[in-house]
Design a protein. Structure first.
Length: 313
C-alpha cells in the first residue's frame, strides 16, 4: 500500500502489521483500520509491556512512514512538545541589525518612520525561519504524513492535554505569532496510557479507544514465535503456559508480553529444550521485576512446570 492510501480491509491491516512483526488480534486490527478510514487518533490503554508502543512502530514500518515520538513526563510543556524560538539565531540577527542600524535607518527622517522600519525587522525575528519545531509541530509538517506516537500521556500534567485538543481534532495548531498551521498530510496519531491517572473527557472524545490486555495463550504463542526465531513449539507452549499460571498469582507486577519474549530469548540462548526447576529458578529474574514477586512465585514453580509438561505431552 502507498503512504496515504488506507488499508482496504481489517484483514489487510492484520496482514500488514504481521509483515512488520506485530501479531495483532481482531480488536487491534479493527481499531487501526477505523482510525485510517475516519482519520481519528487511537488512545491505547493497558498494562505496561503488552505492545502499545510497538503498535505505533509497526504501523510506521508497515506503511513506510516516519515515526515521530513524544515521550510524556510530568512538567512537559509547549516548548518541549510543540515549538520554541531559536534564541541563538535571533541574538545573532539582532547583532547584525545593530551593526547595520545606520544603513537600515539611513533614509528615515522622523522617529515614527525609524520605529516603523525597526518594527518590520521585529516581525522577521518571529517568523517561521526562527521556529524550532518539536515533535507535535514536526508531525504536522511532514509532507508524506507520519505516525505520531504520544507515549505515556498519563504521565503528563492534565494541563498538557489542553495543548493537544486542537491537534487531535483538526490536525492543526494555532501559534500566537504565526497563526494557524495545518497538517500537510494528517498524521496517524497513537496515544498510549498505562492508566496512572484518569484522562480528561475532552481528550477521550477525540480518540478511538483501544484496550490491550494480556493476550490469549494461542495469540501469545504466535507473538513469541514471531519474535524468537528458532524456538521449538514445545518450549514455546511451555513458556506461555507457565507465564499464564504466574499471572494468576497476587504479584506487584504481572509478567507482560515483553517479559515473555525476553524470557524465551534467554532460554533459547541457554539451549533449554524444556522447562525444569533449576532453569526456571536461575532465570526467573528475567520474568519478574520485584524480589517479592519472585519469592511469591518460587513455591509454585514445581506445580506450574508439571502443568506445562502435561500440556505438551
Amino acid at each position: 500500500m502507498t503512504e496515504h492510501q488506507p488499508a482496504a480491509s481489517i484483514d489487510a491491516v492484520e496482514q500488514g502489521l504481521a509483515s512488520a512483526g506485530y501479531i495483532a488480534n481482531r480488536q487491534i486490527a479493527t481499531a487501526v483500520y477505523l482510525s485510517q478510514q475516519i482519520e481519528k487518533p487511537i488512545l491505547v490503554e493497558g498494562p505496561a509491556g503488552v505492545g502499545k508502543t510497538e503498535l505505533a512502530k509497526a504501523i510506521a514500518a508497515w506503511r513506510g512512514l516516519k515515526l515521530i515520538r513524544l515521550q510524556c513526563y510530568e512538567g512537559l510543556d509547549e516548548a518541549k512538545a510543540l515549538y520554541e524560538w531559536k534564541y541563538a539565531k535571533q541574538l545573532l540577527y539582532t547583532q547584525i541589525l545593530k551593526d547595520k542600524l545606520g544603513e537600515v535607518l539611513g533614509d528615515a527622517e522622523t522617529l515614527p518612520a525609524a520605529l516603523n522600519k525597526l518594527h518590520d525587522f521585529g516581525d522577521v525575528f518571529f517568523s517561521k525561519e526562527f521556529v524550532e519545531p518539536r515533535p507535535l509541530l514536526q508531525a504536522l509538517e511532514q509532507p508524506k504524513g507520519c505516525v505520531l506516537l504520544i507515549d505515556e500521556i498519563d504521565k503528563s500534567d492534565a494541563e498538557f492535554e489542553s495543548l493537544l485538543l486542537e491537534i487531535l481534532s483538526d490536525f492543526q495548531v494555532t501559534l500566537p505569532e504565526l497563526g494557524t498551521i495545518s497538517a500537510i498530510a494528517p498524521p496517524t496519531v497513537i496515544l498510549t496510557s498505562n492508566s496512572e491517572r484518569d484522562l480528561g473527557d475532552a481528550l477521550k472524545r477525540r480518540c478511538l479507544h483501544l484496550h490491550i490486555g494480556f493476550p490469549e495463550q494461542k495469540l501469545e504463542e504466535r507473538i513469541v514465535e514471531s519474535r524468537v526465531p528458532g524456538i521449538s513449539q514445545s518450549l514455546r507452549r511451555q513458556i506461555v503456559s507457565f507465564i499464564n499460571d504466574v499471572r494468576t498469582l497476587d504479584l506487584k507486577k504481572l509478567p507482560s508480553v515483553s517479559e515473555a519474549i525476553d524470557w524465551a530469548r534467554v532460554l533459547v540462548l541457554l539451549q533449554a529444550s524444556e522447562l525444569d526447576h533449576q532453569m526456571v529458578k536461575d532465570t526467573l529474574n528475567v520474568l519478574l521485576k520485584y524480589e517479592a514477586d519472585i519469592e511469591t512465585t518460587m513455591p509454585q514453580v514445581t506445580a506450574f512446570i508439571g502443568k506445562t509438561r502435561q500440556l505438551v505431552s
